[in-house]
Write a protein that binds this ligand. Structure first.
Ligand code: SF4
Ligand code: SF4
Length: 364
């Protein structure tokens, strides 16, 4: 697990407060989707099939902020669609940072380098760049040549400026233990990103490519082989050790999708950002009116092959927080006491003095 120590402590404190308040269900991270439009058409995507009048909609900043505040979540993953198309994306990020929410701004990186100036490095802000493989594999996955090279250039430029940069890699049946190792070695050792997220692809019903989604057994075999020989310990993976055990099939968990809920232009999505059984206006209503026992593998056929982080990472995170042994294991695997050699100190985006936050809040 490679989450900055201050962020881990803030989230740990938040979980402890929820437990003390005897709150049974609460969000750890909100998947915020302020638009569905994208500048790519990936074959495995289940988000861009909405009609044009929906794709043209943008969530106003004040509505997004109100939803995050009502939920109380300490972390927000801003996704879409492509969030950098949203004309107020920088203001949305600034308002969330002002409220001390830890943000991951997910992007396919096509617009990232051009829009770097709109953002400032902060310990509350991280890029999460979509990277499904090395050049040929990634460009095939996103159905456009040249996107891998653009993403690599944008990651380097962001790191030069002192941003925290993470990546998000989705694996399909095209992948083998070798392709998993190749892309993670490249991101970890050559690009030296701060942390990497990985996920088996979820079988969206609407995705044009239905042939390449992994089943549970295939997912276990893929990650068990890819993680062999100590590679898993070497990579800066942005997951708890228990979630990685889950991907390898060493432990099994039930789905706790209320821990990573989704808020989009339609409202809070029931039960998770992968499946849509309707929308409600508040997180409270989502938690209280959803029959959570209906969902998860073995309960709903649409969940049969799901091992996505939005269902199972909260379960692993809560299991970690409630076990001293697992908490120590997570801390040891994070190597948070080692000095970072990965990002340059934050650089001012323009001539002139650095923004105040760059002085007071060095990168974790
Ligand atoms: S970049 Fe993301 S949102 Fe855009 S088409 Fe690809 S998977 Fe969908
Ligand atoms: S298992 Fe959980 S996270 Fe996965 S699709 Fe079903 S409800 Fe969503």
């Amino acid at each position: 697990m490679t989450v900055p120590l201050r962020q881990s402590m803030a989230v740990g404190g938040y979980i402890a407060r929820q437990k003390l308040a005897k709150r049974e269900r609460f969000p750890l991270i909100v998947e915020l989707e302020p638009l569905y439009q994208c500048n790519l058409e990936c074959a495995g995507c289940g988000k861009i099939q909405h009609p044009d009048h929906i794709l043209r909609q943008r969530m106003p900043v004040d509505r997004a902020i109100a939803a995050i505040e009502e939920s109380g979540a300490p972390m927000v993953s801003i996704a879409g669609g492509e969030p950098l198309i949203h004309p107020e994306i920088d203001e949305l990020a600034r308002e969330l940072i002002k409220r001390k929410r830890y943000i991951y701004l997910c992007t396919n990186a096509i617009l990232m380098e051009r829009k770097l100036d709109l953002f400032e490095p902060s310990r509350y802000f991280a890029w999460a760049v979509h990277m499904d493989g090395l050049r040929e594999r990634h460009d095939e996955s996103v159905c456009r040549d040249g996107v891998f090279d653009k993403a690599v250039a944008a990651i380097k430029a962001a790191k030069e400026r002192g941003f925290r940069v993470t990546t998000n890699t989705t694996f399909f049946t095209h992948d083998s233990p070798d392709t998993v190792r190749q892309v993670l070695d490249f991101l970890n050792d050559e690009l030296e990103v701060d942390a990497m997220m990985i996920s088996p692809a979820y079988a969206y019903e609407k995705a044009p490519d239905q042939e390449h989604f992994l089943g549970v057994k295939q997912t276990h075999e893929l990650f068990r082989a890819a993680f062999a020989n100590g590679a898993r310990k070497r990579w800066r993976l942005n997951h708890s050790p228990l979630f990685l055990d889950f991907l390898e099939g060493k432990v099994d968990y039930s789905c706790t999708a209320w821990g990573i809920p989704s808020y989009s232009i339609f409202g809070w999505q029931r039960p998770c950002y992968l499946m849509s059984d309707g929308y409600v206006e508040t997180y409270k209503e989502l938690v209280e009116t959803t029959d959570w026992d209906k969902y998860g593998r073995g309960r709903d056929p649409r969940c049969a092959n799901c091992m996505a982080h939005c269902g199972y990472e909260p379960t692993a995170a809560l299991a970690t927080a409630s076990s001293a042994r697992q908490s120590i294991r997570a801390l040891v695997s994070s190597r948070q006491w080692l000095p970072s050699r990965r990002s340059k100190p934050p650089q001012p985006p323009h001539d002139g003095p650095p923004p105040r936050e760059l002085v007071e809040l060095p990168m974790a």
